[in-house]
Design a binder for this molecule. Structure first.
Ligand code: APR
Length: 272
């Protein structure tokens, strides 16, 4: 049950900005980024995501980087949206333009649950899409039909599949539509300015399931603190966002899982 102070915060008029990380998909069975299952084996060597998810690695071993993404894409496509994803779709349905969602997740589960692309800023991309490595396309394109969706861990990409993973316009190698650690945010691919604007307009920020390990999410958090608007943080353990809450005039750290808290929060939100 939510206490009265929390209900009061949720009755805040204006734009409610949700910020999600891998934790919102944990209960769908998708490993979190910094969880223990995050590594990837190439030959006898284990690579951390921070090494694989880079333009440098793609240039050095494009087939290995593709195999890793195609495996992760299979895991994402094999997962189902959970109660938290479904609650956020309901929050948008009820809230309309009072709702905005910034997600770091590339698994596409928010969209599959029913959130719309207009109000869902996928600031790290989407694993079901690819871009031209020469950046000649105006927007990311869906992965080609001929590529297996269920991809067993360790299966190499065949030459024929690599041929299909090319830009449909100029024929250059295509690359996953995901923000890599040695790349920068931008508006066209990752809605960077839009996410910052949302943080400047919001009257309430609700953060679910993220360590805040990347710059834009933490920037959103610090804008919230500087503007003095309330922040709610849902996470099983304390994280940098729960530390930020301690610096806000009103807010709360709701210790627990997305499945425990998000449906309750959404059920308490006023409509449009
Ligand atoms: N419900 C809510 N939160 C959970 C749950 C759950 N069931 N299970 C785990 N968490 C929390 C963890 O406590 C942790 O705070 O989810 C968070 C997952 O953190 P990370 O694995 O660091 O994922 P995330 O914060 O989304 O990473 C951010 O960093 O590596 C880059 O681009 C990558 O999008 C990723 C970004």
């Amino acid at each position: 049950m939510l206490d009265d102070s929390l209900k009061q915060i949720l009755r805040t008029p204006g734009l409610i900005l949700w910020l999600t990380g891998a934790g919102v998909s944990a209960e769908s069975g998708i490993p979190t980024f910094r969880g223990k299952e995050g590594y990837w084996q190439v030959g006898s060597r284990n690579y951390q995501p921070e090494e694989m998810a880079t333009w440098a690695a793609f240039q050095e071993m494009p087939d290995e980087v593709w195999a890793w993404y195609l495996y992760r894409r299979g895991v994402c496509r094999g997962a189902e949206p959970n109660v938290a994803h479904r609650a956020l779709a309901k929050a948008e349905e009820r809230g309309g333009d009072r709702f905005l969602l910034v997600t770091q997740n590339v698994d596409g589960l928010h969209l599959r649950a029913g959130n719309t692309l207009d109000r869902t800023y996928q600031i790290h991309g989407n694993i079901d899409f690819m871009r031209c490595s020469n950046e000649c396309l105006p927007a990311p394109v869906p992965m080609p039909q001929g590529i297996d969706v269920a991809w067993e861990k360790g299966r190499p990409v065949t030459d024929c599949e690599l041929q299909a993973l090319r830009c449909p316009s100029c024929g250059a190698p295509a690359r996953p539509h995901v923000l890599w650690f040695d790349e920068s945010y931008d508006e066209a691919n990752f809605r960077f300015e839009s996410a910052i604007d949302a943080a400047k307009q919001a009257t309430l920020l609700i953060v679910v399931g993220t360590t805040g390990a990347t710059s834009l999410p933490m920037h959103i958090g610090t804008i919230t603190v500087q503007r003095g608007i309330p922040m709610l943080v849902v996470n099983p353990e304390p994280n940098p966002f729960s530390a930020l809450v301690a610096r806000t005039r009103s807010g709360a750290f709701l210790q627990g899982t997305a499945g425990q808290w998000v449906p309750q929060l959404v059920a308490t939100l006023p409509g449009r």
